[in-house]
Design a protein around this ligand. Structure first.
Ligand SMILES: [Zn+2]
Length: 467
């Protein structure tokens, strides 16, 4: 592993940038744009170097995470002194529906939990602003792809803010990654994993024996059927095999295009995420996910591209996919007209009630959105609020008994593959204990526990009096 990382440092396309100059120019935080990309690249280089120098090995935490590829839980060990987290973000044309919210609220909780446990986290969420769906939608609306993206990203930011979903450290757009995408594509062609045809470049999926995980698909036939259901174009005459997927394609006249060794064109979807993972987090990512519909073919494609480009395995250590949210048993989609949008929900329900409704399902669960759940979630929110407002005898020196045990149980639930439904049950027990405590009890530390641990699932309450 260490040798592999060293190779990556040497071969990184912009490793020549002066890290010492950049480090004091740019504080840690949200960067975007080309300058941000350069500094972000420098940022991850700095993060992996201390581990190489000092030989820091994986450190233990009490957290257990499941991974889609193995289907089982195992202890979560960060690979270095920072945890890299990447979630595939929106293609910005129908934001922000409950399915999006469930994914981003889940990753918000994962990141908050890791930080509560003392980890330094770098969290990346991308925006797929160059994509076939974006082009189609922009044509339908009579607008341009970049204007559509701008409007939708603005809506997404507003919805995330309303629901206390923290913004990622990096929020890059695919259209900002073209230089690195071209570098990666060139290398995949040079190493024989990809081929060119009439201004397009394809990854030769069928010839790569490692194409498949993190999905459990083994047979070529099964892969082709599912790929075709999810946007593959098997009859493309430029392909050597129907399962091959696009890395670069020539653009139509009304589509964005960039100069490349293969003519003017635009990238394919999968390579965009490989580039953003590499640029912001390096060759190996601790936790990577998105909705379950990305388990195939998007993530197998990302994985083989990334590992064949860097020569380093694994590309991802924990694949954490988030269950699909349905409405009356059907997938939510614009075409079915059954999207439940964040901006409509917040008109009627409190952000805390909505976050509770999301966290009341384990992140891997596929479930039906039920508006009828919201009144109960509102009651729970009010119970937590009342417990936090309750006053106690601050001079008694007699803390609420049982509170440390409940705190441990809530944390244990969250550390057990982010079991938010169980954490809510335990949070309710803590709130009930505070409300039922005798007047002589000092409930302040129990209230601090309730406030901080409810905060992990995104609940916000006013601070204590005088705070
Ligand atoms: Zn992706």
């Amino acid at each position: 592993m260490k040798i592999g990382r060293k190779q990556a440092l040497i071969t990184h396309p912009i490793a020549r940038w002066n890290v010492h100059t950049a480090s004091h120019l740019c504080p840690y935080g949200l960067w975007s744009g080309q300058a941000g990309n350069v500094l972000a690249s420098v940022y991850w280089l700095q993060q992996v170097r201390p581990a190489q120098r000092t030989g820091i090995e994986e450190k233990y935490s009490g957290m257990q995470l499941s991974s889609t590829d193995t289907g089982s839980k195992r202890p979560f060990h960060p690979i270095s002194d920072r945890v890299g987290v990447y979630v595939c973000g929106v293609t910005p044309y129908d934001t922000t529906h409950v399915g999006h919210l469930f994914t981003f609220a889940t990753y918000d909780t994962i990141v908050r939990l890791l930080r509560l446990l003392g980890h330094r986290v770098v969290y990346v969420q991308n925006v797929t602003d160059v994509d076939d769906d974006m082009m189609r939608k922009a044509r339908e609306l009579g607008t341009t792809w970049d204007k559509l993206a701008e409007d939708q990203v603005s809506q997404l930011r507003s919805d995330m803010h309303a629901l206390n979903i923290a913004m990622p450290d990096f929020f890059p757009r695919a259209s900002e990654q073209i230089d690195l995408i071209i570098e990666m594509t060139k290398r995949l062609v040079a190493h024989g994993w990809a081929y060119t045809a009439n201004g397009n470049v394809y990854y030769e999926a069928r010839k790569d024996p490692e194409f498949g995980p993190p999905s459990d698909l083994k047979s070529y036939g099964d892969m082709l059927v599912l790929a075709n259901e999810r946007g593959n174009t098997p009859t493309d005459p430029n392909k050597r095999d129907p399962l091959d997927f696009i890395l670069w394609q020539s653009s139509l006249p009304d589509e964005p295009s960039w100069e490349s060794p293969w003519g003017r064109g635009r990238p394919g979807w999968h390579i965009e995420c490989s580039a953003m993972n590499y640029r912001y987090l390096g060759p190996t990512v601790d936790i990577h996910g998105g909705g379950y519909d990305l388990v195939f073919p998007h993530h197998p494609a990302e994985r083989v591209q990334s590992e064949r480009f860097t020569g380093i395995k694994p590309f991802v250590r924990f694949w954490c996919h988030v269950g699909m949210v349905r409405l009356s048993g059907e997938k939510m989609s614009k075409s079915l007209g059954n999207l439940v949008l964040a901006r409509d929900l917040v008109k009627e329900w409190s952000p805390n009630a909505i976050r509770l409704a999301l966290a009341n399902h384990h992140y891997r669960e596929a479930w039906d959105w039920e508006a009828a759940d919201l009144p109960l979630m509102t009651e729970i929110d009010q119970q937590f609020g009342a417990a936090l407002q309750r006053s106690g005898d601050t001079s008694s020196g007699c803390p609420l008994s049982g509170s440390p045990m409940l705190r441990a149980e809530i944390l244990a639930a969250l550390e057990d593959d982010v079991n938010t439904p169980l954490a809510i049950v335990k949070l309710r027990a803590l709130a009930a204990a505070i409300l039922a405590a005798p007047v002589s009890a000092d409930v302040r530390s129990a209230q601090e526990d309730l406030r901080s641990l409810a905060g992990v699932i995104g609940l916000r309450y006013p601070g204590p009096p005088g705070a």
